[in-house]
Design a protein around this ligand. Structure first.
Ligand SMILES: [Zn+2]
Length: 263
């Protein structure tokens, strides 16, 4: 409880890097106030945990998480601490430990929801377009985490990629309702950009190439074509519908009206 009071009273600075970054906000689920960059640094995605296979699903199920755009993120230190506790349990203690952790995670998640709701309501009353803000923030969080993972995969620094024109172009069409295929396309586009800017002697693998078939150019030009200069920032709902349609068109065979691409 003390932690909650402290979080409410402190300034808007990120508690880790102390920057007065405008993205710094309270993540009640993790009981921290931090900027997006530090959040990305200090969390780990479920996808990565599953890929590495070092942490059991039981432990993941015991911890609270956030899920920007459907990408589940855990506080990395929480995961490590829980794993350590779990490893030291006697077999007969496991069931009660798991039960207790579930209860705590439930309580934290429930509590966070109430606090976030109250905060959002307050923002809304202050005239902030809170729905749009949340959508945009969530896209930035997911994109940030995927870029970090790309850097780990390619063993290079990806922090500057956010300044690249490819990133900026895609950022205009970021959509919290993107299907996974769109995030994959975005990832492959960023991977290509990363390989190019860092002069890496690596190429795309077979899985990556799959997402190039319906590549960025089509997506971007048709976006420009159908919505003109309207970006995600000004037209979240219309771009959402367009991206949805395109998502199913890209996978072929939904029987919907085909999207016309400009050459
Ligand atoms: Zn920070």
């Amino acid at each position: 409880e003390q932690r909650y009071i402290w979080l409410s009273l402190t300034t808007n600075r990120c508690e880790f890097c102390h920057s007065k970054d405008s993205s710094a906000q309270i993540y009640w689920v993790f009981r921290v106030r931090c900027c997006t960059r530090c959040l990305v640094e200090k969390t780990i995605s479920q996808q990565k945990l599953l890929k590495e296979g070092k942490i059991s699903k039981t432990i993941m199920s015991c911890l609270p998480y956030i899920h920007p755009c459907g990408y589940r993120l855990y506080w990395h230190a929480d995961i490590l601490k829980a794993q350590q506790e779990f490893d030291n349990l006697a077999p007969k203690e496991i069931a009660s430990w798991v039960l207790k952790k579930h209860q705590i995670a439930y309580k934290i998640t429930h509590d966070a929801k109430i606090r976030e709701h109250a905060y959002n309501h307050q923002q809304y009353q202050n005239g902030v377009n809170i729905g749009h803000q949340i959508d945009h923030d969530n896209c930035t969080r997911r994109a940030g985490m995927m870029l970090k993972e790309l850097g780990q995969e390619l063993l290079c620094d990806t922090t500057n990629l956010q300044k690249s024109s490819t990133y900026r172009e895609w950022e205009k069409v970021f959509d919290p309702h993107w299907e996974e295929i769109m995030w994959e396309k975005w990832r492959v586009a960023m991977k290509k950009e990363c390989i190019k800017t860092n002069n890496l002697k690596k190429g795309l693998n077979i899985k990556d190439k799959k997402y190039l078939i319906f590549g960025r150019i089509n997506v971007m030009s048709s976006q420009q074509g159908s919505l003109g200069r309207k970006s995600f920032a000004t037209a979240p709902s219309s771009s959402r519908n367009t991206m949805r349609d395109r998502g199913s068109t890209s996978r072929g065979g939904s029987g919907r009206k085909p999207v016309r691409y400009r050459a």
